[in-house]
Write a protein that binds this ligand. Structure first.
Ligand code: SF4
Length: 215
């Protein structure tokens, strides 16, 4: 399974600052899963953890845990330095949201230790990804480290790290979000800024123009 462990209230771009901010909503906020109804930017993991326990009872063995929605809370789902064309500037340092992912999967692991969990949200760590990944696995906080955006720009990263090779710095995903901007505008996804194959495509220019227009 892949499960978004918790929603939060949808975010929108503040017209003055371009930062993401929670949309106005009535309280209690009844439309989220794993969300605190009275403070809907915060989680309430009781129900999601109950669901994970149910998964285990049903014989499910492996779950990739993520958070939020890439459409309504991209700052949470994919911590990034640069937003996709339909996004907003992160409302806080994206590292904080990486930590939120680490904490959520830790809570899931503590609640259902026999369920194998794949953690998410590591790409923003960039050069430090392997160090944090090693720590989280070694301490038993998570079983596997899932890589999303990083494998678009640098699919050999796990091989290089496990072989003790230096990381290829020019291929490290810098969270430019162009792999999201492409499909959000009807194009294919790919690492347009860093992967020479996608960089040479006509779509790369279109994605750059959309990125500049969104600034
Ligand atoms: S376009 Fe490339 S560098 Fe940018 S977020 Fe996607 S994978 Fe990372």
């Amino acid at each position: 399974m892949r499960l978004s462990l918790a929603d939060i209230v949808p975010f929108e771009k503040d017209a003055d600052t371009a930062l993401g901010r929670p949309m106005a909503c009535e309280l209690p906020f009844l439309h989220g899963f794993g969300v605190d109804q009275n403070e809907p930017t915060k989680f309430d993991l009781r129900e999601p953890l109950q669901l994970l326990r149910r998964y285990r009872e049903l014989g499910i063995e492996l779950v990739n845990v993520t958070l939020g929605s890439p459409y309504y809370n991209p700052h949470l789902q994919r911590p990034a330095a640069y937003p996709p064309s339909d996004g907003y500037q992160p409302p806080a340092d994206p590292l904080q949201f990486v930590k939120v992912h680490l904490d959520a999967v830790r809570a899931a692991k503590a609640a259902v230790p026999s369920l194998k969990l794949v953690g998410t949200g590591y790409t923003y760590l960039q050069e430090w990804l392997p160090n944090v990944a090693q720590h989280e696995v070694r301490c038993g906080h998570v079983d596997f480290v899932g890589l999303g955006r990083m494998v678009l720009s640098y699919p050999e990263l796990p091989r290089d790290v496990c072989a003790g090779q230096p990381m290829q710095r020019k291929r490290i995903c810098r969270t430019f979000s162009e792999c999201t901007t492409g499909p959000r505008n009807g194009m294919i996804s790919g690492c347009f800024p860093l992967d020479p194959f996608y960089k040479a495509m006509p779509e790369a220019k279109q994605v750059r123009a959309l990125r500049d227009a969104a600034k």
